[in-house]
Design a protein around this ligand. Structure first.
Ligand code: NAP
Length: 255
């Protein structure tokens, strides 16, 4: 039997960007832990299919399709999520994107798109969720940061800038919202096989660099991230806030 400190059944969670990849795996983990889960993404059909694929967990899953970069849509989307599922206890700000290009060639439009998707989204969704959580006196917010909140390589400077800023937004949310019983932490995945990293996985030279550079000697799987999120969402982490938990097979620790 699990220790009661890790008991989160009956809680309600919203996971943004949960129609595939990491968000989908985190939604599955939260459902398996007994949470009611609202999955988000922009594409309604893809989201419905993703929710149907979670039904085998036996948990209760709802969908809320909205664009996390658009303020009014976020406000309406979170209201719709709470109407269906009840008050949110847990928010996972996971939606994100990658655009790889040399910095000299990076366009203004792409810069604004990646900042909006990876950083402004967490502010908009986090603020709206926290406005609802704060009068209730409790809440858990988990921002999906990255290995690139700490380190970077050529061709991904804008992505690293968004994830580095998301780390500091996490600490700032912790500073502002701790008084309301809201804990805000980040989870920093290393190199995880998903659609976002497919071009890298398929590049054998890059892929073997990842394996060689990671003490665990392999790419991460989306399931590797579930335990960290369940911990940060649980009472075991009630006095943990403003921290980034790197789940990267050890990559950020070694040269
Ligand atoms: P992914 O496979 O590309 O999935 C991204 C998800 O976000 C999709 O469900 C997508 O659905 C949704 N999304 C994108 N833009 C959105 C928007 N504006 N509004 C609402 N939903 C949106 O990505 P992933 O690899 O699972 O990555 C998930 C998160 O982990 C990202 O924040 C990423 O930066 C981070 N991360 C990933 C890795 C990795 O190695 N994969 C490593 C470190 C950090 P729609 O397109 O239907 O909207």
């Amino acid at each position: 039997m699990a220790h009661p400190l890790f008991e989160i059944s009956g809680r309600t969670a919203l996971v943004t960007g949960a129609s595939r990849g990491i968000g989908h795996a985190l939604a599955r983990g939260l459902l398996e832990a007994g949470c009611t889960v609202v999955v988000n993404g922009r594409d309604e059909d893809r989201l419905k299919a993703a929710a149907a694929a979670l039904e085998d967990t036996g948990g209760t899953v709802f969908t809320a399709a909205f664009d996390v970069t658009d303020g009014p849509s976020v406000v309406a989307g979170i209201a719709a999520a709470e109407e269906q599922a009840g008050p949110l206890d847990i928010l996972v700000n996971n939606a994100g994107m990658q655009l790889r290009a040399p910095l000299l060639d990076f366009t203004d439009a792409d810069w604004h798109r990646i900042v909006d998707t990876n950083l402004t989204s967490a502010f908009l969704v986090g603020r709206e969720a926290a406005r609802r959580m704060s009068p209730r006196g409790h809440g858990k917010i988990i921002n999906i940061c990255s290995l690139q909140s700490e380190v970077v390589r050529p061709g991904i400077a804008p992505y690293a800038a968004t994830k580095g800023a998301l780390k500091m937004l996490t600490k700032g949310m912790c500073a502002d919202w701790g008084q309301y019983g809201i804990q805000v932490n980040g989870l920093g995945p290393g190199y995880i096989e998903t659609e976002l990293t497919r071009p890298l996985v398929e590049d054998e030279e890059f892929s073997s660099w990842v394996r060689g550079r990671t003490p665990a000697g392999r790419w991460g799987r989306t399931d590797d991230l579930v335990g960290g999120v369940l911990y940060l969402a649980s009472p075991a982490a009630d006095f943990v806030s403003g921290q980034i938990l790197y789940v990267d097979g050890g990559m950020t620790s070694v040269l």
